[in-house]
Design a protein around this ligand. Structure first.
Ligand code: CU
Length: 466
């Protein structure tokens, strides 16, 4: 008897021998009591990333890959966060249109969670899709050493679409680690790289494994959720000689889902594919492009499975998220220029170098504390439409992310764009991009490059919607 997708997931997650996802790391769904209640403990933990070695990482519940949190669109989720690190933290829920008090930015939206403290995040995701979570404190180290995880929000039930229309739902969490051969960490940030594209890692993983083979049920539609949780790199993904459909970008479905050719995701970005798997024993190769060349990245291997669909189904079509359409006739345009400022190295009060390399509108992010919150980059009026005219005057790419809202990418000077909603836009060198959104979520929302070293060395600010 065929089992449904949830049973497939559960078996994959529960069976440490890995009945269905055996060759892939056990990226697990936390146990559920019918409610979306989770506990995440941040703690130092050794991981085995390079086989036979130990990496002194930081992990959610002491593990990597981190637990995949599953939530449901329109239903509350509660995450109890316990900080067992020796430093403060917060958790940000990237891409979720959330209440500001739950956005997880220290000082701007909450007090830092100090060592030994617990903080409970509660929110109701209005949108479905692939999201992720990570600290917003000491990000080079906290994210770089493993505190990154996926939050998957399933679509609310409807007559037209059910998540069970996919025979399997497979997160592919991409991270490149900075490791020596013995598993110990190399430097996560080197200033001369921070001033350029960022310090790249050297050990690539998908769900914590290098070049994994991931089993999928044969002859079925499966949903692949690619998420770039790396601090630095852009991934240009394609399937080698195999068809797929691009279902969504940063959680937002495209309708109709276009043929997938390749798609580039900068740090923090995601996309979902629908793939119709081949017969058992056959494989699909996922590749990553570097320059003009593509390299094998991971392999999907079809297996005979009770989860397989017993007859050919049409392409499942996830519904659009309930986003406000920008009111272009009454929009106000604001200009933002991203620039490289060179090695300006002021010192902090301990005399330690505080590098500033990047600016937004000639201003490098000053940092925040309990007593000093810098002025916003812009004050926006609630419910009004804004066009942001973004100009990247640097020879490096920047994935630009705004918290608390989804925005529509309208046009670019570098490529033809079919407008689409997203929470992070990858700007190429010297590219100019126009985005628009309705300022419908009040709060102080971070607005920054997601190359972590760029945001830490100036390319960050916030907008205030009131
Ligand atoms: Cu950047």
């Amino acid at each position: 008897m065929p089992i449904n997708r949830r049973q497939f997931l559960r078996r994959g997650a529960l069976s440490s021998a890995g009945l269905y996802l055996s060759a892939c790391a056990p990226i697990s769904t936390l146990s559920q009591t019918g409610k979306y209640d989770y506990t995440l403990t941040l703690e130092a933990a050794p991981f085995e990333l390079i086989p036979g070695t130990q990496t002194p990482g930081l992990g959610f519940n002491g593990q990597y890959p981190s637990p995949v949190l599953r939530a449901k669109q329109g239903q509350p989720i509660t995450i109890t966060v316990i900080n067992k690190l020796d430093q403060p933290t917060t958790i940000h829920w990237h891409g979720i249109r959330i209440d500001i008090a739950m956005d997880g930015v220290p000082f701007l939206s909450q007090k830092p969670i100090m060592p030994g403290e617990t903080f409970v995040y509660r929110f109701t995701p209005p949108d479905a899709g692939t999201f992720w979570y990570h600290p917003h404190v000491n990000s080079v180290e906290q994210l770089g050493k493993g505190l990154v995880g996926l939050l998957i929000v399933e679509e609310a039930d409807s007559d037209q679409f059910s998540a069970d229309q996919f025979a399997a739902d497979i997160p592919l969490m991409i991270k490149n680690w900075h490791l020596n051969d013995d598993g110990s960490f190399r430097p996560l940030s080197i200033p001369r790289y921070a001033a350029r594209m960022g310090t790249p890692g050297n050990y690539e993983t998908i769900n914590g494994q290098h070049k994994p083979i991931i089993e999928v049920p044969e002859n079925s539609w499966v949903r692949l959720r690619f998420a770039n949780v790396d601090n630095t790199l852009v991934y240009k993904i394609r399937l080698k000689d195999y068809d797929a459909r691009l279902l969504s970008i940063d959680a937002n479905p495209l309708q109709p889902a276009p043929e997938f050719k390749q798609h580039a995701i900068g740090a923090g970005m995601r996309f979902d594919l629908a793939v119709r798997t081949p017969a058992a024993g056959e494989t699909v190769t996922v590749q990553n492009g570097k320059g003009k060349l593509f390299f094998d990245f991971c392999t999907l291997k079809s297996i005979a499975s009770p989860a397989s669909q017993d007859h050919q189904q049409p392409l499942p079509t996830p519904p659009l998220n309930p986003l406000s359409e920008p009111d272009m006739a009454n929009a106000e345009t604001l200009k933002f220029t991203f620039e490289w400022e060179g090695a300006i190295t002021p010192a902090d009060d301990q005399g330690k170098a505080k590098h500033k390399f990047w600016t937004i509108n000639r201003r490098a992010w000053e940092g925040m504390s309990k007593d000093s919150i810098p002025a916003p980059l812009a004050n926006l009026e609630f419910s009004k439409t804004y066009v942001f005219d973004l100009k990247n005057n640097t020879p490096h790419h920047h994935p630009i992310h705004i918290h608390g809202i989804m925005f529509k990418v309208l046009k670019s000077t570098k490529k033809n764009i079919e407008p689409f909603f997203t929470d992070t836009v990858l700007m190429e060198k010297n590219e100019r991009v126009k985005i628009a959104f309705v300022a419908d979520n009040p709060g102080r929302w971070m607005y920054h490059c997601h190359v972590i070293e760029h945001m830490k060395t100036g390319l960050m600010g916030y907008i205030e919607i009131s």
